[in-house]
Design a protein around this ligand. Structure first.
Ligand code: UD1
Length: 434
């Protein structure tokens, strides 16, 4: 198992290219099942999660070819023939989002058997909304021995579905399935995350008929088949926001490129309040901060998009550990998403957690220590804290980090961070999913 070692104290200067969004890429990969024609995804991140889902798709008979294209890394998916519609527990438990192959398999072939994903460290994360929505589309679904068996021998039928609350995964899953349903589907209280817009636009490029993209009501007119084509994955706003927090923490001047400033507006608004200088550019932002001046504590509450992203909460908390004053952080999306707090406290942070609220009292300095990554986004918060902690911070279980951050130590190292990876024995599969 690899670990990452950071020596705190270096300011950051340089530029960091943002990769394609993991959370978009894995849904677009699932969408390749919907067509018998090749789908080329460009600006593809190479991550443990995308590799893993590629292997699952291969089990269904999809050919997956990774290559270098004009615009960086790309992957060609060819689902000409679906030879299996079975997704075993051993694979689905390793990456929750692989459950989202159920709808596309069902829409394309009329049947699928996919394992339920099980819980994860940040919360119970049920998939009841996904199952209810597919049932509303006319699928006959049985749960047995931990598996979802779904059939729709005469195809799916359009329906009006109002989600009881906003779910990113359930919106994407139902959207994909509805593209091939007979008739019209209306999705109300749909999530509006940019990755859903990316998926919907790619589906439109493939011939789907979708209205209301980027709003909370999606209207999908089913078509009988979709075509292939080429699609460039949207920039990863969570990766981008994480490096913005890293630059704000360490101080200096860092330019994020290949991104989009508007995607992280809810984060940059809070950072500006805190005293960070943010300048939007044509393809990202410039982050500037004088490390001699302490940031001010700012409160945040996680919300669905366009509110403050739960996937940036841990990184923001790391930043607040050395800000002046008390920052109150509310987590409204997941019930157990403060596991990074005790790890940050090992570095000297002062944090108290009660239910969905964390109070962070800024300290003047952090001190390096061995810490453990508990999940994907928590792991990068420990790197961010390590950038200013005196001495050495060594972060274990970085396989969490490899699920969502491409060449992290290289990208931060190029800006002057003293960070390196210490190689260890390989671990099996990616793990928890977000
Ligand atoms: C996605 C993202 C994740 C992000 C999250 C919220 C991916 C792979 N992951 O996760 O990074 O943190 O959106 O922005 O894209 N829920 C139910 N029943 C359901 C579905 C969800 O109760 O059937 C609950 C969840 O437990 C959670 C809340 O709804 O408390 C929101 O979850 P959801 O928006 O579905 O998140 P994911 O799609 O799992």
């Amino acid at each position: 198992m690899d670990s990452i070692t950071v020596h705190g104290g270096s300011t950051l200067h340089g530029s960091i290219p943002v990769s394609g969004a993991k959370n978009s890429a894995i849904k677009l990969m699932a969408a390749s099942i919907l067509t018998d024609q090749p789908l080329l995804l460009t600006n593809m991140p190479r991550l443990a999660d995308t590799k893993f889902l590629g292997r699952l798709l291969q089990q269904f008979g999809v050919s997956v070819t990774e290559r270098d294209g004009d615009d960086g890394q790309e992957t060609l998916f060819d689902a000409r023939e679906i030879t299996s519609t079975f997704a075993p527990y051993d694979l689905v438990r390793q990456m929750r989002a692989s459950f989202n192959v159920l709808g596309p398999l069902l829409a394309r072939t009329g049947h699928a058997r996919v394992s339920l994903p099980g819980g994860c460290t940040i919360g119970a994360r049920p998939v009841d909304l996904h199952i209810d929505a597919l049932t509303r589309l006319g699928a006959s679904i049985h749960l047995e021995e931990g598996y979802v068996s779904a059939v729709a021998p005469d195809g799916l039928r359009g329906a009006e579905i109002e989600f009881p609350f906003v779910s990113v995964g359930a919106t994407e899953h139902t959207l994909m399935a509805a593209t091939l349903a007979q008739g019209t589907t209306v999705l109300k209280r749909a999530a509006r995350e940019p990755e859903i817009g990316d998926l919907a636009r790619c589906l439109v490029m493939m011939g789907a008929r979708i209205e209301g993209i980027d709003t909370d009501t999606l209207v999908i007119e089913g078509v009988t088949s979709l075509t292939g084509g080429s699609w460039s994955v949207i920039p990863d706003r969570i990766e981008m926001g994480s490096y913005v927090c890293a630059a704000a923490m360490a101080g200096g001047e860092v330019r994020l490129t290949r991104g989009r400033a508007g995607l992280i507006q809810s984060l940059t608004d809070r950072l500006v309040e805190s005293g960070v200088e943010i300048t939007p550019t044509g393809d990202g932002v410039i982050v500037k901060r004088d490390p001699a001046v302490r940031l001010r504590a700012v409160d945040v509450a996680t919300e669905v998009y366009p509110g403050f992203a739960t996937d940036l909460q841990a990184q923001f908390m790391a930043l607040m550990t050395t800000a002046e004053g008390v920052s109150v952080i509310h987590e409204n999306i997941f019930e157990n998403r403060f596991m990074h707090a005790p790890e940050l406290m090992r570095l000297g942070a002062e944090i108290s957690v009660h239910a969905g609220e964390a109070r962070v009292t800024g300290v003047e300095r952090l001190k390096g220590a061995p810490v453990m990554a508990t999940d994907l986004r928590a792991s990068v918060s420990l790197v961010i804290a390590g950038l200013v902690a005196e001495g050495e911070t060594s972060i274990g279980r970085v396989y969490h980090l490899d699920r969502g951050f491409e060449r992290l130590e290289e990208k931060l190292g190029a800006c002057g961070a003293d960070i390196r990876r210490v190689k260890g024995p390989p671990v099996e599969g990616p793990g928890d999913d977000h």
